[in-house]
Structures are given as C-alpha cells and as structure tokens.
Ligand binder design. Structure first.
Ligand SMILES: C[S@@+](CC[C@H](N)C(=O)[O-])C[C@H]1O[C@@H](n2cnc3c(N)ncnc32)[C@H](O)[C@@H]1O
Length: 322
C-alpha cells in the first residue's frame, strides 16, 4: 500500500519513442504493446493536470474543483523536514486542519505496471513483461539515471483494494478472473517547480524509518509503533486512475509536519540483510501491519467518498475531457 522500492521494471522508454528508428528492436516491441497507448494517454492527461501553465483546463472546469484547489494551496507549505537534514524537504500545515481534509495530490511523470507471464515453449523461465514509461524525453533521462526500482517517489496507484478502474482495465476481463496488473507512478523531482501548487503529496515523509537500523522483529515493531503514532494522513485513489490524493486521518495543528506511513517494505531496500532467525517474526509483523494499513486506507477512502463526492466525479469528467 506504500511506495515499493522493489519493483522490477524491465523496460523504460519515453512516449516519444516512436520517433526512434525502426532498426531499434526495443522500440518495435514496445510499439506493438497494447499497454503503451493507455499509459501514454494517462501520462498526457496527467501532465496537463499537474503543470502550472495548463492545470486550469482541469481545475477551472468546475466550481468544486476550483474551490478544492484554492483550499489545498492554502493549507500547506514545503519546507525542510522536522526530522532533520537527512530527510530532505517535507510538507507542513499552515493552518489547523481537520481530519478528513484533502491536503495534496500526487504528481506522476512516469507510469508502469508489473506483469509476469508463465514460461514459453522456448524457455523454462517466467517472463517479466513489466514496463515503465516516462512522459517526456527529459523525464526519461531522469529515470534512466534514477531507476524506478530504487525511487523514493514510486507509488502504487491502482491495486484491488482501491476498487477503481485502472488505466489498464480495458485490456482485462475481470469476469473471466483476469487480474489487471498493479499500476505504479513515479515523480521527477527536477520538475517540482513546474507543478501547480496542489500537487505536493510526494513531499510527505514517513514519521519513522528503518534507515541505519538492524532489521529484526523488534526494530520492525518499533518502526511500526513510531510511524503509526506520527501518521496524520494517507494517500488514497481520487477521481480517475492514476490520480492519488492525500487526506488527513487526524487533526493536524498549524506548523506540524504531515506524515504518512510508507510501511516496512519501502524501507527494507535500504537496510542490511536480516538474520534468518528473524525472518519468521518479521513476516508476522509485516502481515499485521499490512492488515492495519488496509483498514486505515479503507477508512480514509470512505471519508473522501462522503466528503469529496462532487470533486472526485468532476475530476473524473475533467480528466476524460482532456
Ligand atoms: C516520498 S519522498 C519524501 C520527500 C523527500 N523528503 C524530498 O525532499 O523530496 C521519500 C524520501 O524522503 C526521505 N524520508 C522520508 N521519511 C524519512 C524518515 N523518516 N527518515 C529519513 N528520511 C526520510 C527519504 O529519503 C525517502 O526516500
């Protein structure tokens, strides 16, 4: 439910890749990939919605979206994190904020999915058909240098728990038990200055981490207790895929930093290998955490669906019209 640092994204290309020569076999494969037009179209629309210069096309299209944009912009500011220099920037409340308030949207400069297919006649190995594409050549260069598998901003944007149509849903028939693969987004922080003021969710830190910690059952427990205590918001699906919003899960006082819980899996990529003896305890703690996070997410989604019904459906409509 939190960003995963362990995604396995084999193919990365820009949506402009069709300009490449036909001799480029990677390009030929990608062009015939039915996922590509859906991801490209999702990125094109998201790029219009997130960019300062063009976001009016979405937010000026309905009074409720205009109001939401005005409110969200006034609620927070980006500043150095209260956790210390090592944590970079964070997002802070500039007013007292009630529980159940949307405080930001999550930008997307790349989209992708994870998909593994059974072995073919020619090979015994599972085929990794995962793919990730960037919205522009500039983003592609950034993601080549900063692969998704290790990105601080990578986030799942469609998964079964979200219960919304994914950008990729049209390719799968769920009545035949075909599962739409999970969709992920990623952010190019070099483009932060181009973002309209409402797209700030990627600045939100975790109130605790497993950095510089020996990972075992105790440290996971400790991380979990601290992170849950500090958590005052969570990222939820909002309007059309791939858009995520951040909603407060408790009151936040003026001046406080917004914190969400990334979950243990996010931090595991950055720590030493655990002892084998600890693995069983860790698995149990992880499972408890996943269940609890799912409950929190469900509650936050319910609160948004009653508090922001018009905004969510207007965003759907505005996005479809782009
Ligand atoms: C989604 S970004 C959050 C915004 C980020 N701080 C920035 O300046 O862009 C996640 C990254 O923030 C940092 N971070 C978040 N929570 C942290 C914590 N509790 N301790 C240390 N670093 C943290 C880590 O570098 C992490 O990979």
């Amino acid at each position: 439910f939190a960003p995963s640092k362990h995604g396995c994204f084999r193919t990365s290309t820009s949506i402009n890749s069709s300009e490449k020569s036909e001799a480029d076999t990677t390009t030929v494969t990608i062009q015939s990939n039915p996922f590509l037009p859906l991801l490209s179209e999702g990125l094109r629309r998201t790029s219009i919605a997130t960019n300062k210069a063009t976001s009016d096309q979405v937010f000026a299209s309905s009074p409720s979206l205009q109001r939401l944009r005005q409110q969200v912009k006034q609620l927070t500011k980006v500043a150095p994190s209260s956790l210390g220099e090592h944590a970079g920037d964070g997002l802070f409340a500039t007013k007292n904020i009630k529980a159940g308030t949307i405080v930001g949207l999550y930008p997307a400069h790349a989209l992708g999915y994870e998909l593994v297919a059974p072995p073919t006649d020619d090979s015994d190995e599972m085929q990794d058909l995962s793919m990730f594409i960037a919205g522009s050549n500039e983003d592609e260069l950034y993601f080549q240098a900063n692969p998704h598998g290790n990105s601080p901003y990578l986030h799942a944007t469609d998964q079964p728990l979200f219960q919304r149509q994914s950008l990729l849903s049209s390719l799968f028939d769920e009545s035949k038990d075909e599962m739409t693969p999970p969709l992920y987004l990623d952010v190019n922080p070099n483009r932060n200055n181009e973002l309209d003021g409402i797209w700030t969710s990627h600045y939100i830190n975790d109130g605790a981490s497993l950095l510089n910690t020996k990972v075992d059952g105790d440290s996971i427990e400790q991380y979990y207790v601290q992170s849950t205590k500090a958590k005052n918001c969570c990222h939820i699906p909002f309007g059309p895929s791939p858009i995520l919003a951040t909603i407060t899960t408790k009151k936040v006082k003026k001046g406080e930093e917004l914190f969400t819980s990334y979950g243990v899996v996010y931090w595991l990529g950055s720590v030493e290998d655990p002892d084998e003896a600890d693995v069983a305890v860790m698995t149990e703690k992880l499972q408890e955490q996943i269940v609890e996070s799912a409950r929190d997410l469900q509650k936050a989604m319910e609160s948004a669906s009653t508090g922001y019904t018009n905004e969510s459906s207007d965003l759907d409509q505005a996005f479809n019209n782009l």
